[in-house]
Design a binder for this molecule. Structure first.
Ligand code: SF4
Ligand code: SF4
Ligand SMILES: [Zn+2]
Length: 466
């Protein structure tokens, strides 16, 4: 009897990477990897690598926890996912991170930019528009966990500080600025003023690489000098910073370990976030087959390229386990001690809050852990949870521990049209406020809901026989 050369694992819905029409998709295991197979009637057959580690891929699903919903859904479920964003009533996670794009413009024109930004593209949002967006987030979330002010490049907005003031006046737990760091590098006084917005304030700093040729390819310029200057200013004011690294296979995937080792030595850096490139927007000279990289491959490279973390330390995040991996460590005298060395990660899996020896010591430990391993909680915010947690763990006695002593690694993967999976997208928890007030998952926004995609979306909807 003929036997196939793969193992069939699952079935889902995806989209065609060319026309974005919904198509059936199979998930299969082949050659020790996880693949998606799908066929578009017009554009043919696609086989896409979606994970390099079968065990991790299967295990991630065990980390799902009960969905937390926002207070409102803005749209009805009508055309089916992903054509109803959003958030439609069928979405399965609230906004752990809410992104506001205060301008379309940027002081760079990176060859890789999902928002297509450049110095003359689009326009700045008015202060009134931004305030409206902030209020939409607050109405939806109550006390939003994290609001990220983004762009384009937000620091070039003429009313940038008025926008920060408006955000600070609202019950937002943590505010982030998503920036390429050019203004911070140029202007020490500007950085000092930014530092005045702490606590609960953080810089999300585009970093990518420390090799000039890679920065040239990714950002169109060798920005190394500006990056280092920005970091010098941020260290000077100990302004909480997360480095953000867009990972592209063949560009900077061999630099992951050295970037982590560099980051832990910087006093202002609280963590590093790796984002496998999302195929969306502007991707000049990009070859999806060669340059895409999976979340599991990035995780594997962290394990191979540094000795700081081991496989038990980098675990799926319960609010969106398909898209997020997280590891927490204590940073004491530039030494890194992963938190999971002291705790069995299985505790995170245990929804019953029973069955572990540690619980018998402290019933609240499970809750503390879930809080810590939740994207919504920024490193600064973890401080209290961490202290409570450390009290339960007799091996660590570290009085006076502050958030400066915490270091967090995140791998944050944004699904694109290649690996799109309806099952997983419903748990997306990083959302963008559309200028018309809808709240759209970051992933589908870049695929279908930006201005330049509107026509395609309308055509898909019109073609449906409902
Ligand atoms: S991604 Fe979420 S909000 Fe968008 S259509 Fe699917 S379920 Fe609805
Ligand atoms: S990727 Fe960021 S820095 Fe580069 S053009 Fe786009 S918005 Fe500007
Ligand atoms: Zn197609």
């Amino acid at each position: 009897m003929p036997v196939k050369d793969y193992t069939y694992y699952d079935f889902t819905l995806s989209v065609c990477p060319e026309c974005l029409q919904r198509v059936d998709a199979k998930i299969i295991f082949k050659e020790d990897k996880v693949w998606m197979r799908k066929t578009c009637r017009e554009h043919g057959f696609f086989e896409v690598l979606i994970a390099d580690d079968i065990e991790y891929y299967k295990n991630a699903r065990n980390y799902n926890k009960a969905s937390e919903a926002p207070y409102f859904s803005q749209t009805a479920t009508h055309y089916g996912c992903p054509y109803d964003c959003g958030l439609c009533a069928d979405h399965e996670q609230h906004s752990c991170v809410s992104v506001i794009e205060i301008t379309d413009r940027c002081n760079l024109t990176c060859p890789t930019c999902y928002a297509m930004s450049s110095p003359h593209y689009g326009r700045h949002r008015t202060l009134e528009e931004v305030v409206k967006m902030l209020d939409i987030i607050v109405a939806n979330e109550g006390s939003p966990d994290v609001v990220q002010i983004s762009g384009g490049e937000p620091t070039i907005h003429p009313q940038f500080f008025e926008i920060l003031d408006a955000a600070k006046q609202r019950p937002i737990r943590h505010l982030m600025i998503n920036t390429n760091g050019l203004r911070i590098a140029k202007d020490k006084e500007f950085t000092k003023r930014l530092a005045g917005y702490m606590p609960d304030f953080e810089i999300y700093l585009q970093w990518d690489s420390q090799r000039p040729e890679v920065l040239e390819k990714l950002r169109g310029k060798n920005l190394l000098e500006e990056r280092m200057k920005a970091l010098e200013h941020l260290n000077l004011f100990n302004l909480s910073t997360t480095l953000v690294v867009t990972v592209m296979q063949g560009y900077n995937d061999d630099e992951i370990g050295s970037l982590i080792e560099f980051a832990v030595k910087q006093p202002c850096i609280r963590g590093i976030t790796f984002q496998p490139v999302q195929v969306a927007g502007r991707n000049v000279d990009f070859d999806a087959a060669k340059n895409r990289i999976t979340l599991t491959a990035v995780r594997q490279k962290i394990l191979e390229q540094t000795n700081l973390f081991n496989a038990h330390d980098l675990v799926p995040v319960p609010c969106n386990p398909d898209a997020l991996v997280m590891g927490y460590a204590l940073k004491i005298n530039q030494e890194i001690i992963p938190l999971t060395r002291y705790i069995d990660p299985a505790i995170l899996l245990d929804q019953s809050k029973k069955n572990t020896i540690v619980y018998e010591q402290d019933a609240g430990l499970h809750d503390q852990l879930i809080k810590i391993f939740s994207t919504g909680i920024s490193v600064d915010r973890v401080d209290d949870n961490m202290k409570q947690l450390l009290c339960c763990l007799p091996d660590i006695y570290a009085p006076g521990l502050k958030y400066d002593n915490l270091f967090r690694i995140i791998i944050m993967r944004f699904i694109d049209a290649w690996d799109f999976d309806v099952r997983a997208i419903k748990k997306s928890c990083v959302h963008i406020v559309h200028k018309d007030g809808r709240i759209i998952p970051f992933e589908t926004m870049n695929m279908l809901y930006r201005d330049e995609h509107e026509q395609k979306l309308q055509a898909i909807r019109a073609g449906m026989k409902l």
